[in-house]
Design a protein around this ligand. Sequence first.
Ligand code: ARG
Ligand code: ZN
Length: 876
Amino acid sequence: QIVHLADYRPTDFVLERVDLTFELDPTNTKVEARLIFHRREGVDPTAPLVLDGDELTLSGLLLDQNEVPTSQYDVTPEQLTVRDLPAESPFEITITTYINPEANTQLMGLYRTNGIYCTQCEAEGFRRITYFPDRPDVLAPYTVTIIGDKAANPVMLSNGNFLGGAGYDEGRAFAAWFDPHPKPSYLFALVTGDLGVVEDTFTTMSGNEVALKIYVEHGKEPRAAYAMDALKRSMKWDEERFGREYDLNIFQIVAVSDFNMGAMENKGLNVFNDKYVLADPETATDQDYANIEAIIAHEYFHNWTGNRITCRDWFQLCLKEGLTVYRDHEFSADMRSRPVKRIAEVRHLKSEQFPEDAGPLAHPVRPTKYREINNFYTTTVYEKGSEVTRMIATLLGRDMFKKGMDLYFERHDGDAATVEDFVKCFEDASGRDLTQFSLWYHQAGTPLVTASSSYDQSSGTFTLSLEQMVPATPGQSTKDPMHIPLSFALILDNGSLATPEGVTGGEVTEDVLHLTERRQTFTFSGISSRPVLSLNRSFSAPINLHFDQTPADLAHIARHDTDLFARWQALTDLAMPNLMQAARDARDGKDVTCDPALIAALLEAAADETLEPAFRAQALTLPSEADIARELGSNNDPDAIHAGRTAVISAIAEAGEKSFVHLFETMKPEGAYAPDAESAGKRALRNIALSYLTYSEGSPARAAEAFASSDNMTDLAQALTLLAHRFPSSSEATSALASFLTRFDGNPLVIDKWFSIQATIPGADALSRVKSLMENPRFISTNPNRVRSLIGTYAFSNPTGFNRADGEGYRFLAEQILAIDAKNPQLAARILTSMRSWRSLEPQRADHARAALTTIERAANLSTDVRDIVERMLKG
Ligand code: ARG
Ligand code: ZN
């Protein structure tokens, strides 16, 4: 039941082509698959053909159009084995299955949602459609014929180029598609239904005109305009930055409202969660716009990194995901502010991936075993995978990195490749040995680097001692030293950067120190006065850094570093010890204090008009309660963390009230709403100022006024959040929630926000609120977005509400996980990971958490998805 990387071997049979015919019916869709195979050279001539299935019933089996006698095959819902096949010549297997899209609540394979037929095949959903060698290293061209009710399915789509379509018989129509690019089954897609479309074109760098189509529910077409714009910018950017051109005459996107994940890169036919397509000023926030831009780009970029070059097996998932996340990060950085984008990436990495790496679910970027592959679409594979790619670019420099990427595209186009293949391209392009660096793919856990430094005036030398330690993780008790690229600067008193005459103790390339040993001391000479070291600038390596810098040195970095990311990092480092102490003091019933130096540094950054507003907003946004919990590491009391952090915020709010009023009054972008990064930055700064003002003024009046006067969803949602979170029992909050509901009822993506805002109101009352929201008729338990917006948000993003000292939050979640699991295992397993840090809670809460997890573990009929997560969580 456990799959091991070491067991990989190629299939016995080579698949030459695939011909699929679907006769659509909501409960009884007929699928006929004609597959042409030949036996791979050198394979035992008696070896049978073994195909994967999942909940399938075989209703017909032909070999070269002749019925196969039952003695020649074995079949179960999970497997079809056919014996006595030709030793050498190609043969055709025709398989007929009937499937029930309406009953498919897992949303894997072919399912029906709101009258639309839709597929999701990654990772192993295709085997729910027909028996097939359902693995990523089996590539073939596909022809697809779709037959369905004409009136209900005016749109009939599949991968590749449209061949033709017309009336089929009375009442039914057909459409045929051919995808010439050999692809694995996980990239197959079919979508049909009555959908509206937005059309455009893109001319590629060699002059091919590509038809672009985005399909949405009728009436929602105007809300797809931004996605279309993002798509065209993505296509252009990939040509300019990576030399990648699109390769079919049509590119289509479909937005659906019931989808397990964000989106899916099916060849030529991307399927999206509509939350990442639909936007207009009235209903989408700045964050929604940024997400749409990033995810449209991500899926489009997969056309080369994922589709043209795919994965040999699912252990190689980061080959396409880590690399494609890196590419979409670079795209967003080019479209927006690079340092602000980097800050957002690092916040996300630290809040999602670091806890995963530090808890029972820790696994390497390239795992070596899995029980359920769906549970490995993780922030480690995606985000840490992206960081690893980014480090290759840092190690090699921009030009060598480009050379390596070009070589990768040239050498592996059409392949199902491995991480080793990828790394080899950079070694060959640069001549650099990346053996030690590759440990980043294989060793789980966030490395801890401890730094200490000294300056010697008489010799003009600056000495930096570094020590690295990679913590033990499940299944990996000892680790080897890693190759850690640390970007650095030595900042002098006047704020300029020192240029050392020489460095000894290890390799230094441009502004990067290469830490490769367990302990290493670098000595810089020719430094005329004591410098302040800024280390791991731009977050060049995804590590935890312990470096006891004085508040004065941190403030110096925050004021002078030329790397804006490092300035933000210094402010965070200044705030964190304060917030940790505040949590301890709150726990011990002591008064919480806030260092005036921290307040001064924050207010200075906030008021600095040479800095972009988006950056200043980031500077004012303190580490989250989850960030503080992670830094504290163990024995966590979320109530104390909340109380301590709230007291620190109040102190900053009091001291800075004048500045916050000023920012609130001046940071309103001119004119009508526009989603560009600059306007978004102003709104962000204005809204964080408003947030501080709710603390200093202690009244809902200003937020209520902002709610009433806002003309866009960013400001409206922020004002509503402040009213609900800061003044939950005020009449202002109650009436704002009610008017928001009335105004947006019938717009599911906005109603999701209405649920999320209430699910995250801090405090023990959150549970009863969540329970009563589940009784609301708008809570639809089969819609993944809605379930995530209420139950997921409560468990992931409401530390005090979920981690009740009496354990009721955990018991509630356990019940919900079991209910969700019965319908949609992937969704259940994902939400359950919200408990991944349970071992770092104080003992009483940890006991309650363990008990709740044990209840899940002991339940009957658990899916493999939930069983895998819960068992690792209890064991690791
Ligand atoms: N490949 C998709 C993407 O990253 C995500 C697919 C997620 N699949 C899953 N089984 N969780 O764009
Ligand atoms: Zn992806």
